[in-house]
Write a protein that binds this ligand. Structure first.
Ligand SMILES: Nc1ncnc2c1ncn2[C@@H]1O[C@H](COP(=O)(O)OP(=O)(O)OP(=O)(O)O)[C@@H](O)[C@H]1O
Ligand SMILES: [Mg+2]
Length: 204
């Protein structure tokens, strides 16, 4: 049986990475040795993808170059990691996927959605996550969490309005694909969020 594909989304500092390994461990317990759980991330997830991540996070480039490199890294990620795992029957948990490109390059930077839809159709060839967890927080909460946590990369140094547009595009996509998304109120404490995550996992 084909495995399931779960993605984590939300603006920088929302709390995605905090929960990825925890969710993977809960899934491992539930699957009880019948399938493995692979954790991965975007941009990245493969050796080439991680090289592209360094360029994407630190080099200035044309907006369309940025979108094309995101999808180039994603093509490699799907071919080398995601699709082989799902075909084997393993589950995949990815820290970001295509919704992030729509939110950041589309909502945040203003690249027309239709352009991204062309790339999505080409690169994914029908592949969509079975479940997307959207960690939603106001910008103030996210930036307070990140303050002092690390040096900002190219995206984290963006303006308030950029992140507001990014957050709104995530929420718009969640409303548009309500079947696939679960919006998590990520202003709550980590244990409270984990209680909700456990309930969501039980429905899979
Ligand atoms: N619910 C929470 N309450 C308080 N602090 C939190 C919560 N969730 C995460 N944090 C803290 O906020 C910071 C950012 O969390 P995390 O790295 O998980 O965010 P992220 O969504 O992965 O961000 P990025 O997109 O930049 O990778 C971390 O220092 C983390 O410990
Ligand atoms: Mg993270």
């Amino acid at each position: 049986m084909r495995g399931k594909f779960i993605t984590f989304e939300g603006i920088d500092g929302a709390g995605k990475s905090t929960h990825v390994e925890w969710v993977a461990d809960r899934l491992r317990a539930r699957l009880a040795g019948t399938a493995s759980v692979v954790t991965t991330r975007e941009p990245g997830g493969t050796p080439l993808g991680e090289d592209l991540r360094q360029l994407l996070l630190h080099r200035k480039m044309h907006l369309e170059t940025e979108a094309l490199l995101m999808f180039a890294a994603r093509r490699e990620h799907i071919a080398e990691v995601i699709e082989p795992a799902l075909t084997r029957g393993d589950w995949v948990v990815s820290d970001r996927f295509t919704d992030a490109t729509f939110a950041y390059q589309g909502g945040g930077r203003g690249l027309p959605r239709a352009r991204l839809e062309v790339l999505e159709a080409w690169v994914q060839d029908g592949l969509q996550p079975d479940l997307t967890l959207l960690f939603d927080v106001p910008l103030e909460t996210a930036s307070a969490r990140l303050a002092g946590a690390r040096e900002p990369d190219k995206f984290e140094a963006e303006s308030r309005t950029f992140f507001e547009r990014t957050r709104q595009e995530y929420l718009r996509r969640a409303a548009e694909s309500a079947q696939r998304f679960r919006v998590i109120d990520a202003t709550r404490s980590i244990p409270e969020i984990q209680v909700e995550l456990e309930k969501i996992l039980a429905t899979l």
